[in-house]
Write a protein that binds this ligand. Structure first.
Ligand code: G6P
Length: 368
């Protein structure tokens, strides 16, 4: 059945490994493979040309998918995006203009704060899109437009495959917005879609880092704190890495924008502190390298996640370098999510925690 662990020790392991497949299914729903164009499964009841601002609202891991999407919408479609956690958005009385677009991201479609935020946005007259995994959920039923993620049932409390499927849907929506607004040409679109089509295979490649990460997990398990750094779309992934680690291994972790290092977390760095640096060779790579040098100078233990080019050009001694496949820079979060999830998973296994049912956490937070 869909909801057994197959040969895996935990649902979370199974769900991490399923990602190439379910992200591929999601891709096939949103892209016309024959023409290599984005083809949304529903007709939007508005024109992206008329949208002046987008609000994205979600909780937990889904909110980090929202931050990645902000970078995509702003880059591909030149439309300003605000991202909020739902518990803040719902009580802030955020001014929404009638006809603006509000996007809600939720695996379960039942998160109380996200649902309340959706109801607020509807009452303000905004167009609403729900990116949800459960099509029969309350959030799916109540939003104007539903864009489904095809992750299948997610059982592990800590979200993994739902996150990468959310990213796949949002990438397509951002490309559609860029096209509609005249910011992307047909050629740009084809190039971006080519990049998306590669993702499932790249995720499979990323899974081959597992043995190396399993070894690394034994070191991470001895740490009191772990810092995650990234820039650009790797910044929300740093937030997600830290969240995943604390949720299931109970080791304190923080995610930071690499450029903010010197505004605080650098004070924490010493020889006992692992620093996970997510740095694909992209347009901000050099900037991240200079942050790594600051960490190295203070004796921090760098765990670098990068590609072959980045590994060759990083002029810093790292404890471990996890070499990721070469790929289009725009979509690295979907692929780099894999080692980030594996590191949290294996650390939790070493710690002997209840990986699928971590203490104090619920899969779906249906009460405030
Ligand atoms: C809980 C889960 C998280 C999830 C969050 C949002 O905290 O443990 O994994 O990211 O809720 O849930 P949703 O169903 O709205 O995506």
């Amino acid at each position: 059945s869909l909801v057994d662990k197959a040969n895996y020790r935990h649902f979370m392991a199974k769900e991490i490994h399923e990602q190439p497949e379910v992200v591929g299914h999601t891709l096939a729903r949103y892209v016309d493979m024959a023409t290599e164009r984005v083809s949304l499964p529903v007709t939007l009841p508005f024109d992206f040309k008329d949208i002046q601002r987008i609000n994205i609202t979600a909780c937990g891991t889904a909110s980090y998918a929202g931050i990645v999407a902000k970078y995509w919408f702003e880059r591909f479609a030149r439309v300003p995006v605000e991202v909020d956690v739902a518990s803040e958005f719902r009580y802030r009385e955020a001014p929404l203009r009638k006809g603006d677009l509000a996007i809600f991201i939720s695996q379960s479609g039942e998160t109380a704060d996200t649902l309340a935020a959706l109801r607020y946005a509807k009452a303000e007259g905004a167009h609403t899109i729900a990116v949800v995994n459960v099509p029969t959920s309350t959030i799916a039923r109540e939003s104007e437009t539903v864009l489904q993620t095809l992750a299948g049932p997610e059982i592990g409390v800590a979200s993994t495959k739902a996150f990468t499927c959310q990213l796949m849907v949002l990438a397509n929506l951002a490309i559609a917005a860029g096209k509609a607004r005249g910011e992307l040409s047909d050629e740009d679109e084809t190039k971006l879609v080519h990049g998306l089509v590669e993702i499932p295979r790249l995720m499979s490649d990323a899974l081959t880092t597992e043995l190396q990460i399993e070894k690394l997990a034994h070191r991470i398990a001895k740490s009191r704190d772990v810092l995650y750094l990234g820039r650009g779309t790797s910044y929300p992934l740093a937030l997600e890495g830290a969240l995943k680690l604390k949720e299931i291994s109970y080791i304190h972790a923080e995610g930071y924008a690499a450029g903010e290092l010197k505004h605080g977390p650098i004070a924490l760095i010493d020889e006992t502190m692992p620093v996970v640096v997510i740095a694909p060779y992209d347009r901000v790579f050099e900037k991240t390298v200079s942050n790594m040098q600051e960490v190295a100078a203070r004796g921090g233990n760098i765990i670098l996640m990068t590609d072959a080019k980045g590994a060759a050009e990083a002029t810093v001694e790292s404890l471990v370098t996890i070499v990721m496949p070469d790929m289009a820079a725009a979509f690295t979060p979907m692929v780099y999510a894999v080692p980030v999830q594996l590191l949290a998973y294996h650390t939790a296994v070493v710690m002997g925690t209840d990986v699928d049912q971590p203490r104090n956490l619920a899969k779906s937070v249906t009460v405030e």
